[in-house]
Design a protein around this ligand. Structure first.
Ligand SMILES: Nc1nc2c(ncn2[C@@H]2O[C@H](COP(=O)(O)OP(=O)(O)O)[C@@H](O)[C@H]2O)c(=O)[nH]1
Ligand SMILES: [Mg+2]
Ligand SMILES: [Zn+2]
Length: 328
Protein backbone atom coordinates (compact mmCIF):
# COMPACT_ATOMS: atom_id res chain seq x y z
CA UNK A 1 0.00 0.00 0.00
CA UNK A 2 1.12 3.56 -0.69
CA UNK A 3 0.92 4.53 2.95
CA UNK A 4 4.15 6.51 2.86
CA UNK A 5 2.30 9.17 0.88
CA UNK A 6 -0.38 9.95 3.44
CA UNK A 7 -0.60 13.73 3.66
CA UNK A 8 -2.18 14.36 7.06
CA UNK A 9 0.10 16.84 8.75
CA UNK A 10 2.14 15.33 11.56
CA UNK A 11 1.56 18.41 13.69
CA UNK A 12 -2.19 18.45 13.11
CA UNK A 13 -4.23 18.61 16.31
CA UNK A 14 -6.35 15.90 14.64
CA UNK A 15 -3.72 13.35 13.61
CA UNK A 16 -6.05 10.57 12.50
CA UNK A 17 -8.32 10.34 9.49
CA UNK A 18 -11.36 8.11 9.15
CA UNK A 19 -10.61 5.69 6.34
CA UNK A 20 -13.75 3.63 6.52
CA UNK A 21 -16.73 2.96 8.74
CA UNK A 22 -17.97 -0.43 9.75
CA UNK A 23 -20.89 -1.08 12.04
CA UNK A 24 -19.87 0.64 15.28
CA UNK A 25 -16.19 0.79 14.33
CA UNK A 26 -13.93 3.11 12.39
CA UNK A 27 -10.77 2.24 10.54
CA UNK A 28 -8.35 5.16 10.98
CA UNK A 29 -5.06 6.05 9.42
CA UNK A 30 -2.43 8.57 10.57
CA UNK A 31 0.27 10.55 8.82
CA UNK A 32 2.79 7.76 9.26
CA UNK A 33 0.48 5.21 7.73
CA UNK A 34 -0.35 3.61 11.06
CA UNK A 35 -3.78 2.13 11.17
CA UNK A 36 -6.12 1.86 14.13
CA UNK A 37 -9.53 0.37 14.63
CA UNK A 38 -11.59 2.20 17.21
CA UNK A 39 -15.16 2.33 18.44
CA UNK A 40 -17.51 5.10 17.30
CA UNK A 41 -19.23 5.56 20.65
CA UNK A 42 -21.43 8.61 20.41
CA UNK A 43 -19.21 10.14 17.73
CA UNK A 44 -20.96 11.51 14.67
CA UNK A 45 -18.28 10.77 12.12
CA UNK A 46 -17.91 10.22 8.40
CA UNK A 47 -15.29 8.88 6.04
CA UNK A 48 -12.71 11.63 5.60
CA UNK A 49 -13.11 13.18 9.06
CA UNK A 50 -9.97 14.19 10.97
CA UNK A 51 -10.16 12.95 14.56
CA UNK A 52 -8.32 12.44 17.82
CA UNK A 53 -8.45 9.21 19.78
CA UNK A 54 -7.80 8.36 23.42
CA UNK A 55 -4.35 7.18 24.52
CA UNK A 56 -5.55 3.60 24.72
CA UNK A 57 -6.48 3.87 21.01
CA UNK A 58 -9.94 2.53 21.79
CA UNK A 59 -12.30 5.28 20.83
CA UNK A 60 -12.66 8.59 19.02
CA UNK A 61 -12.40 11.60 21.31
CA UNK A 62 -13.04 14.54 19.03
CA UNK A 63 -13.75 15.39 15.41
CA UNK A 64 -12.31 18.38 13.53
CA UNK A 65 -14.84 20.82 12.08
CA UNK A 66 -15.51 19.80 8.49
CA UNK A 67 -14.08 22.02 5.77
CA UNK A 68 -16.56 20.44 3.35
CA UNK A 69 -18.98 17.53 3.34
CA UNK A 70 -20.95 15.64 0.77
CA UNK A 71 -24.31 15.08 2.44
CA UNK A 72 -27.32 13.24 1.12
CA UNK A 73 -30.62 12.19 2.61
CA UNK A 74 -30.07 8.72 4.01
CA UNK A 75 -33.38 7.24 4.92
CA UNK A 76 -37.04 7.31 4.12
CA UNK A 77 -37.94 5.16 7.09
CA UNK A 78 -41.06 6.46 8.77
CA UNK A 79 -40.88 9.49 6.47
CA UNK A 80 -38.08 10.77 8.69
CA UNK A 81 -35.33 12.74 7.04
CA UNK A 82 -31.90 11.63 8.19
CA UNK A 83 -28.70 13.12 6.79
CA UNK A 84 -25.89 10.84 5.67
CA UNK A 85 -22.44 12.38 5.37
CA UNK A 86 -20.97 10.45 2.47
CA UNK A 87 -17.53 12.06 2.63
CA UNK A 88 -15.96 14.81 4.72
CA UNK A 89 -13.12 17.24 3.98
CA UNK A 90 -13.11 16.78 0.23
CA UNK A 91 -11.57 19.21 -2.24
CA UNK A 92 -13.06 17.94 -5.47
CA UNK A 93 -16.07 15.88 -6.52
CA UNK A 94 -15.62 13.92 -9.73
CA UNK A 95 -19.04 13.55 -11.39
CA UNK A 96 -18.71 10.55 -13.67
CA UNK A 97 -20.84 10.10 -16.78
CA UNK A 98 -20.16 7.29 -19.24
CA UNK A 99 -19.44 8.70 -22.69
CA UNK A 100 -20.75 5.64 -24.61
CA UNK A 101 -24.21 5.79 -23.00
CA UNK A 102 -24.27 9.58 -23.09
CA UNK A 103 -24.56 12.21 -20.38
CA UNK A 104 -27.71 12.08 -18.29
CA UNK A 105 -28.42 15.80 -17.71
CA UNK A 106 -30.97 15.15 -14.97
CA UNK A 107 -28.59 13.00 -12.95
CA UNK A 108 -25.80 15.48 -13.55
CA UNK A 109 -27.94 18.37 -12.27
CA UNK A 110 -28.82 16.46 -9.12
CA UNK A 111 -25.22 15.47 -8.41
CA UNK A 112 -24.09 18.98 -9.18
CA UNK A 113 -26.41 20.39 -6.49
CA UNK A 114 -24.94 17.91 -4.01
CA UNK A 115 -21.40 18.77 -5.07
CA UNK A 116 -21.94 22.54 -4.87
CA UNK A 117 -23.55 22.14 -1.46
CA UNK A 118 -20.56 20.14 -0.24
CA UNK A 119 -18.25 23.11 -0.62
CA UNK A 120 -15.92 21.09 -2.88
CA UNK A 121 -15.30 21.78 -6.57
CA UNK A 122 -17.29 19.69 -9.06
CA UNK A 123 -15.47 18.35 -12.12
CA UNK A 124 -17.12 16.19 -14.78
CA UNK A 125 -15.41 13.09 -16.13
CA UNK A 126 -16.66 11.55 -19.35
CA UNK A 127 -15.56 7.96 -18.80
CA UNK A 128 -14.79 5.10 -21.21
CA UNK A 129 -13.55 7.57 -23.82
CA UNK A 130 -11.77 4.64 -25.54
CA UNK A 131 -15.18 3.39 -26.65
CA UNK A 132 -16.32 6.57 -28.44
CA UNK A 133 -15.19 8.93 -31.19
CA UNK A 134 -13.83 12.44 -30.73
CA UNK A 135 -17.12 13.74 -32.17
CA UNK A 136 -19.06 11.94 -29.48
CA UNK A 137 -16.81 13.42 -26.80
CA UNK A 138 -17.38 16.90 -28.24
CA UNK A 139 -21.14 16.27 -28.26
CA UNK A 140 -21.24 14.99 -24.67
CA UNK A 141 -19.06 17.89 -23.53
CA UNK A 142 -21.63 20.24 -25.06
CA UNK A 143 -24.39 18.43 -23.16
CA UNK A 144 -22.46 18.96 -19.90
CA UNK A 145 -21.99 22.64 -20.73
CA UNK A 146 -25.70 22.88 -21.44
CA UNK A 147 -26.19 21.95 -17.78
CA UNK A 148 -23.36 24.10 -16.43
CA UNK A 149 -21.29 26.22 -18.84
CA UNK A 150 -18.30 26.74 -16.53
CA UNK A 151 -17.72 23.14 -15.49
CA UNK A 152 -14.37 21.53 -16.17
CA UNK A 153 -14.88 18.40 -18.30
CA UNK A 154 -12.28 15.69 -18.92
CA UNK A 155 -12.63 12.67 -21.18
CA UNK A 156 -10.88 9.74 -19.53
CA UNK A 157 -10.38 6.06 -20.06
CA UNK A 158 -9.15 3.56 -17.53
CA UNK A 159 -7.83 1.59 -20.50
CA UNK A 160 -5.69 4.44 -21.79
CA UNK A 161 -3.77 5.82 -18.83
CA UNK A 162 -2.42 8.72 -20.91
CA UNK A 163 -5.92 10.24 -20.64
CA UNK A 164 -5.54 10.32 -16.85
CA UNK A 165 -2.69 12.85 -17.04
CA UNK A 166 -5.31 15.64 -17.21
CA UNK A 167 -6.43 14.70 -13.71
CA UNK A 168 -2.99 15.27 -12.19
CA UNK A 169 -3.75 18.71 -10.72
CA UNK A 170 -6.67 17.30 -8.71
CA UNK A 171 -4.84 14.33 -7.31
CA UNK A 172 -3.03 16.05 -4.46
CA UNK A 173 -6.26 16.61 -2.54
CA UNK A 174 -9.20 14.51 -1.43
CA UNK A 175 -11.59 13.53 -4.19
CA UNK A 176 -15.05 12.00 -3.91
CA UNK A 177 -16.51 10.11 -6.87
CA UNK A 178 -20.19 10.27 -7.77
CA UNK A 179 -21.90 8.55 -10.65
CA UNK A 180 -24.47 5.96 -11.57
CA UNK A 181 -23.69 2.29 -11.14
CA UNK A 182 -21.59 1.03 -14.04
CA UNK A 183 -20.08 4.37 -15.14
CA UNK A 184 -16.64 3.13 -14.17
CA UNK A 185 -15.98 4.58 -10.70
CA UNK A 186 -14.21 1.55 -9.26
CA UNK A 187 -12.25 0.93 -12.45
CA UNK A 188 -11.05 4.55 -12.36
CA UNK A 189 -10.07 4.28 -8.70
CA UNK A 190 -8.00 1.20 -9.53
CA UNK A 191 -6.39 2.92 -12.52
CA UNK A 192 -5.47 6.01 -10.49
CA UNK A 193 -4.21 4.03 -7.53
CA UNK A 194 -2.34 1.63 -9.77
CA UNK A 195 -3.65 -1.54 -8.17
CA UNK A 196 -6.96 -3.32 -7.76
CA UNK A 197 -8.13 -1.79 -4.53
CA UNK A 198 -11.78 -1.63 -5.55
CA UNK A 199 -13.94 -4.39 -6.98
CA UNK A 200 -15.36 -3.54 -10.38
CA UNK A 201 -18.41 -4.52 -12.38
CA UNK A 202 -16.42 -7.08 -14.30
CA UNK A 203 -15.54 -8.90 -11.11
CA UNK A 204 -19.06 -8.70 -9.82
CA UNK A 205 -20.58 -10.18 -12.95
CA UNK A 206 -18.61 -13.38 -12.36
CA UNK A 207 -19.53 -13.48 -8.68
CA UNK A 208 -21.16 -16.44 -7.05
CA UNK A 209 -24.34 -15.56 -5.23
CA UNK A 210 -23.93 -14.81 -1.57
CA UNK A 211 -20.41 -13.58 -1.93
CA UNK A 212 -19.91 -10.36 -0.02
CA UNK A 213 -19.61 -7.20 -2.07
CA UNK A 214 -18.30 -4.09 -0.38
CA UNK A 215 -20.79 -1.24 -0.32
CA UNK A 216 -19.15 1.18 2.13
CA UNK A 217 -17.40 4.35 1.08
CA UNK A 218 -13.68 4.14 1.66
CA UNK A 219 -10.73 6.48 1.59
CA UNK A 220 -8.03 5.14 -0.73
CA UNK A 221 -4.48 6.58 -0.74
CA UNK A 222 -3.16 7.83 -4.09
CA UNK A 223 0.50 7.59 -5.11
CA UNK A 224 0.39 11.39 -5.63
CA UNK A 225 -0.35 11.92 -1.95
CA UNK A 226 -4.07 12.60 -2.26
CA UNK A 227 -7.07 10.50 -1.47
CA UNK A 228 -9.97 9.07 -3.40
CA UNK A 229 -13.35 8.20 -1.97
CA UNK A 230 -15.36 5.79 -4.08
CA UNK A 231 -19.01 5.66 -3.10
CA UNK A 232 -20.24 2.21 -4.04
CA UNK A 233 -23.88 1.56 -3.39
CA UNK A 234 -24.77 5.24 -3.72
CA UNK A 235 -27.43 4.61 -6.34
CA UNK A 236 -30.00 7.15 -5.36
CA UNK A 237 -28.60 10.57 -4.66
CA UNK A 238 -31.33 12.22 -2.69
CA UNK A 239 -30.89 15.78 -1.60
CA UNK A 240 -30.34 16.90 1.93
CA UNK A 241 -31.17 20.51 2.76
CA UNK A 242 -29.32 22.62 0.31
CA UNK A 243 -27.27 25.71 0.97
CA UNK A 244 -26.87 27.41 -2.37
CA UNK A 245 -26.41 24.24 -4.42
CA UNK A 246 -29.63 24.64 -6.38
CA UNK A 247 -28.98 28.32 -7.10
CA UNK A 248 -25.51 27.45 -8.37
CA UNK A 249 -26.53 24.39 -10.39
CA UNK A 250 -29.39 26.35 -12.00
CA UNK A 251 -27.75 29.76 -12.14
CA UNK A 252 -29.23 30.37 -15.62
CA UNK A 253 -32.82 29.98 -14.38
CA UNK A 254 -32.17 32.09 -11.28
CA UNK A 255 -30.69 34.81 -13.48
CA UNK A 256 -33.70 34.69 -15.81
CA UNK A 257 -36.18 34.95 -12.96
CA UNK A 258 -34.59 38.24 -11.91
CA UNK A 259 -36.35 39.61 -14.99
CA UNK A 260 -39.79 38.18 -14.20
CA UNK A 261 -42.25 40.95 -13.41
CA UNK A 262 -43.15 39.41 -10.03
CA UNK A 263 -40.48 38.63 -7.48
CA UNK A 264 -42.38 35.50 -6.39
CA UNK A 265 -43.12 34.42 -9.97
CA UNK A 266 -43.86 30.68 -10.19
CA UNK A 267 -43.23 30.78 -13.95
CA UNK A 268 -46.72 29.43 -14.58
CA UNK A 269 -49.50 31.84 -15.56
CA UNK A 270 -47.91 35.13 -14.50
CA UNK A 271 -47.61 37.92 -17.08
CA UNK A 272 -44.11 38.99 -18.19
CA UNK A 273 -42.40 35.81 -17.04
CA UNK A 274 -38.80 35.78 -18.30
CA UNK A 275 -38.41 32.05 -17.63
CA UNK A 276 -41.40 31.08 -19.79
CA UNK A 277 -40.22 33.53 -22.41
CA UNK A 278 -36.86 31.70 -22.52
CA UNK A 279 -38.67 28.37 -22.93
CA UNK A 280 -40.75 29.80 -25.77
CA UNK A 281 -37.62 31.22 -27.38
CA UNK A 282 -36.00 27.77 -27.14
CA UNK A 283 -33.09 28.94 -24.98
CA UNK A 284 -34.25 27.01 -21.91
CA UNK A 285 -35.63 23.47 -21.92
CA UNK A 286 -38.84 22.65 -20.10
CA UNK A 287 -37.16 19.48 -18.80
CA UNK A 288 -34.51 21.55 -17.07
CA UNK A 289 -37.07 23.83 -15.42
CA UNK A 290 -39.13 20.83 -14.30
CA UNK A 291 -35.98 19.15 -12.95
CA UNK A 292 -35.11 22.24 -10.93
CA UNK A 293 -38.63 22.51 -9.53
CA UNK A 294 -38.49 18.86 -8.49
CA UNK A 295 -35.21 19.44 -6.63
CA UNK A 296 -36.57 22.59 -4.98
CA UNK A 297 -39.63 20.60 -3.83
CA UNK A 298 -37.45 17.77 -2.58
CA UNK A 299 -35.32 20.13 -0.57
CA UNK A 300 -38.37 21.94 0.79
CA UNK A 301 -39.79 18.61 1.98
CA UNK A 302 -36.58 17.80 3.89
CA UNK A 303 -36.65 21.27 5.46
CA UNK A 304 -40.26 20.84 6.49
CA UNK A 305 -39.48 17.47 8.09
CA UNK A 306 -36.57 19.09 9.92
CA UNK A 307 -38.82 21.85 11.26
CA UNK A 308 -41.42 19.30 12.32
CA UNK A 309 -38.77 17.30 14.15
CA UNK A 310 -37.48 20.38 15.94
CA UNK A 311 -41.04 21.22 17.03
CA UNK A 312 -41.49 17.66 18.34
CA UNK A 313 -38.17 17.77 20.14
CA UNK A 314 -39.06 21.14 21.69
CA UNK A 315 -42.29 19.69 23.02
CA UNK A 316 -40.47 16.68 24.44
CA UNK A 317 -37.89 18.97 26.02
CA UNK A 318 -40.68 20.97 27.63
CA UNK A 319 -42.31 17.81 28.99
CA UNK A 320 -38.99 16.64 30.35
CA UNK A 321 -38.40 19.88 32.16
CA UNK A 322 -41.85 19.98 33.72
CA UNK A 323 -41.70 16.37 34.87
CA UNK A 324 -38.10 16.65 35.94
CA UNK A 325 -37.32 13.14 34.68
CA UNK A 326 -36.83 11.48 31.37
CA UNK A 327 -39.42 8.72 31.28
CA UNK A 328 -38.19 6.95 28.21
N1 LIG B 1 -14.30 0.49 -22.38
C1 LIG B 1 -14.17 0.83 -21.10
N2 LIG B 1 -14.88 0.17 -20.16
C2 LIG B 1 -14.75 0.56 -18.87
C3 LIG B 1 -13.89 1.62 -18.49
N3 LIG B 1 -13.99 1.80 -17.17
C4 LIG B 1 -14.86 0.86 -16.72
N4 LIG B 1 -15.31 0.10 -17.73
C5 LIG B 1 -16.25 -1.04 -17.62
O1 LIG B 1 -17.49 -0.59 -17.11
C6 LIG B 1 -18.05 -1.55 -16.22
C7 LIG B 1 -18.40 -0.92 -14.88
O2 LIG B 1 -17.23 -0.46 -14.25
P1 LIG B 1 -17.15 -0.21 -12.66
O3 LIG B 1 -15.82 0.40 -12.40
O4 LIG B 1 -17.47 -1.43 -11.90
O5 LIG B 1 -18.31 0.84 -12.47
P2 LIG B 1 -18.92 1.45 -11.11
O6 LIG B 1 -20.20 0.72 -10.86
O7 LIG B 1 -19.16 2.89 -11.39
O8 LIG B 1 -17.91 1.24 -10.01
C8 LIG B 1 -17.01 -2.67 -16.13
O9 LIG B 1 -17.41 -3.71 -16.98
C9 LIG B 1 -15.74 -2.03 -16.60
O10 LIG B 1 -14.85 -2.93 -17.18
C10 LIG B 1 -13.15 2.30 -19.53
O11 LIG B 1 -12.40 3.24 -19.31
N5 LIG B 1 -13.34 1.86 -20.81
MG1 LIG C 1 -18.07 0.40 -8.13
ZN1 LIG D 1 -41.34 33.83 -14.10
Amino acid sequence: MALAFVRVSAISPFPWRVRRLDRGWSALIDSDGHEARVRNIGADIAVGDYVTIDTGEERIESVAPRASALVRRASFEGARAVPHVVAANIDVVFLLQAAPSGVNPRRLERELVLAFDSGARPVVLLTKSDAVTAEQIAHETAVVHGVAPDLAVHAVSARDTATLADLGPYLAGTIALLGASGVGKSTLVNALVGSDVQRTGEVREGDQRGRHTTVAAELVALPSGGWLIDTPGLRAVTLWTSGHGIERAFADIFALSENCRFRDCKHEEEPSCAVRAAIEAGTLSVARLVAMERLVAEEAAVEEEQRERERTEDRRGFRKRTRGTDQN
